[in-house]
Design a protein around this ligand. Structure first.
Ligand code: GLP
Length: 251
């Protein structure tokens, strides 16, 4: 059973739902995604990578196999990708999405969208991604994770709130956290990421947080953390945000 409260801060309205553990968060997140896709089969959905959503994707695949949902008309956009990595590269988010979700569901190949970290011109690739989002009519539903330092996507502390998709520098903390998932000979420095403005523009948002390292950034979201120091706090500036949090991450 989840406990649940809505906190209003100025214009914000965040719907907090608390679950016992990461598995319960994943079950609820997969069900919410299924509900969104069934409500709008041609949903334009933006999804994250990271360790947190892995369990959500495996639950989502189970629901798909049980015939509860079809992604045949949906578009899935990825939140970010490392500069220097792309489809077929171990450690790339393209590889992660393919392995953990895309190859198990009926999403059309042409409806799978990930910034190309191997593009020759990364700035141009970021602009292409923004144009793509626009041409799809904007993002209907976005799922996000959060880094221990409050980053969302790869919008690290100090990111500009008016950025759309752009090339971002990774913080030392994020590099150290993500290092184990990357090839030893790859030096992560930058990423192409949707921006804080892209997040503000999405119609609905679901933030997933599980584990003790997420309590601090959530405390900043719940309280008065500044966006400059804690990018996740940008969610206080908008409506239609739900946060699914497990006991360990509860601020
Ligand atoms: C990253 C990703 C984010 C993700 C965050 C948290 O590096 N760029 O999109 O939400 O880290 O990841 P995790 O779930 O592994 O803690």
């Amino acid at each position: 059973m989840s406990k649940h409260f809505v906190k209003n801060t100025g214009t914000a309205e965040i719907n907090w739902q608390f679950f016992s553990d990461a598995e319960a968060v994943a079950t609820a997140a997969a069900q919410r995604i299924v509900w969104e896709v069934n409500r709008k089969p041609d949903l334009v959905m933006c999804l994250p990578t990271g360790r947190t959503p892995l369990l959500t994707y495996s639950k989502l695949v189970e629901l798909y196999r049980a015939g509860k949902v079809s992604f045949a008309q949906a578009h899935i956009l990825n939140v970010d990708e490392y500069v220097g990595l792309g489809a077929g590269d171990v450690g790339s988010f393209a590889d992660y999405m393919e392995k953990n979700l895309f190859c198990h569901i009926d999403i059309a190949r042409e409806n799978r969208h990930i910034p190309n970290g191997r593009a020759v011109n990364h700035e141009a690739e970021a602009r292409r991604y923004d144009e793509l989002i626009k041409s799809l009519g904007g993002i209907d539903f976005m799922v996000l994770g959060v880094g221990a330092n409050g980053h969302v996507g790869f919008n690290e502390p100090g990111s500009y709130p008016d950025n759309t998709t752009h090339v971002a520098s990774l913080s030392a903390e994020t590099i150290a956290t993500n290092r184990p998932d990357l090839p030893v000979d790859f030096q992560p420095e930058k990423a192409i990421t949707i921006g804080l403005k892209t997040i503000l523009d999405a119609h609905g948002i679901l933030l997933l947080a599980a584990g003790v390292s997420k309590a601090r950034p959530l405390e900043q979201l719940l309280g008065n953390g500044s966006v400059a120091e804690w990018p996740v706090a940008i969610l206080r500036q908008r409506k239609n945000v739900t946060v699914f949090v497990d006991r360990d991450a509860t601020p």
